[in-house]
Design a protein around this ligand. Structure first.
Ligand SMILES: [Zn+2]
Ligand SMILES: [Zn+2]
Ligand SMILES: [Zn+2]
Ligand SMILES: [Zn+2]
Length: 311
């Protein structure tokens, strides 16, 4: 797991409550259960009671927050709709037959709750009504990024500095400093264009990181190579940059000018949208350096590029 990923735990992130406070909290809970707003002195109590109710709303099977319809067994054990569909009508807690009982009380409680964003420990301090929390979290600027390395089943998530270290240490990705580059890609057996990721290089410039992907795949019936840039950050920032990629030889060249895509967009999504430099294989072989018989054995492409910030 990435540092900081994980679920919200209000109780642990706050200093322990004094005994005196605990006593008044239980009074508060009894007298005005789960009230949305409280007097100014009730701020802490509200957080505390919210966190306890928050636990009640956690599905005991998948640990996610439950949203209506919330189900319960005849003995009162609750579970979420997704899990209910998977447990073959048998309560996971007591094994009793589940039936079709809704837990309307808990659904009502959920409606009245306000909870902090689950990425609070990553820097988001917003509080949301229960039902808009999920929607916010899907777009929260503090949500962790997924590992941009493609072609492997990597489910690492984290912030950008963490992922840069992860790419370097765990995927052995090449790192380069500077806004211009001149890269040589060598591919043995260019007659085989398998659907595969070929190469990832990370560039450090303007204090930010960019992933240059280079790969080979079949576009319809045409084998192609494709190079494109992704920005390690959000889309609104990615749009402030532009880049060019150039490949050529023998007095001819192909140039692509584009805008890096955020790594919030999956590698596959960017690739499938063909948002990058696409080189059909016959052209790639033409651009390849070396004699013609060498080119059949090994494709050597020089790709030059530049990244700049738009004013
Ligand atoms: Zn569940
Ligand atoms: Zn049960
Ligand atoms: Zn947030
Ligand atoms: Zn990874």
């Amino acid at each position: 797991m990435a540092p900081g990923g994980g679920t919200y735990e209000a109780a642990e992130s706050r200093p322990a409550f004094a005994d005196k406070d605990m006593a008044s909290i239980s009074v508060e809970l009894r007298s005005s259960p789960f009230r949305k707003s409280a007097s100014s002195a009730g701020g802490l109590y509200r957080a505390r009671s919210n966190s306890e109710v928050h636990e009640l709303l956690e599905c005991p099977v998948c640990m996610n927050l439950m949203y209506p319809p919330i189900h319960q067994c005849p003995n009162g054990h609750t579970l979420c709709a997704d899990c209910k569909a998977k447990v073959h009508n048998c309560c996971p807690t007591c094994r009793h037959e589940l039936g079709n009982i809704r837990c309307l009380a808990l659904e009502k409680v959920a409606e009245s709750l306000e909870l902090p964003c689950r990425y609070q420990n990553l820097g988001c301090h917003d509080i949301f009504p229960y039902f808009s929390k999920l929607r916010h979290e899907q777009n929260c600027g503090f949500r962790p990024y997924s590992c941009p390395y493609a072609g492997s089943e990597c489910d690492m998530t984290g912030d950008i500095p963490f992922l840069v270290t992860h790419l370097k240490d765990d995927h052995k990705v090449d790192m380069h400093d500077g806004c211009t580059f001149n890269h040589r890609y060598v591919k043995s057996n260019p007659q085989e264009v398998e659907n595969a990721t070929w190469m990832l290089t990370v560039f450090n410039c303007y204090g930010r990181q960019f992933c240059l992907h280079f790969e080979a795949f079949q576009l319809g019936t045409t084998p192609v190579y494709m190079a494109f840039l992704r920005f390690m950050g959000d889309d609104c920032e990615a749009k402030k940059f532009s880049y060019t990629l150039e490949v050529g030889n023998n007095g001819r060249k192909l140039t692509w000018q584009g805008v890096p895509r955020s790594i919030r967009d999956s590698h596959k999504r960017v690739r499938d949208s063909l948002d990058g430099l696409i080189i059909p294989r016959n052209l790639a072989l033409f651009f390849s350096t070396g004699t013609s018989s060498e080119r059949q054995q090994e494709l050597k492409l020089k790709v030059a590029g530049r990244i700049w910030k738009e004013q």
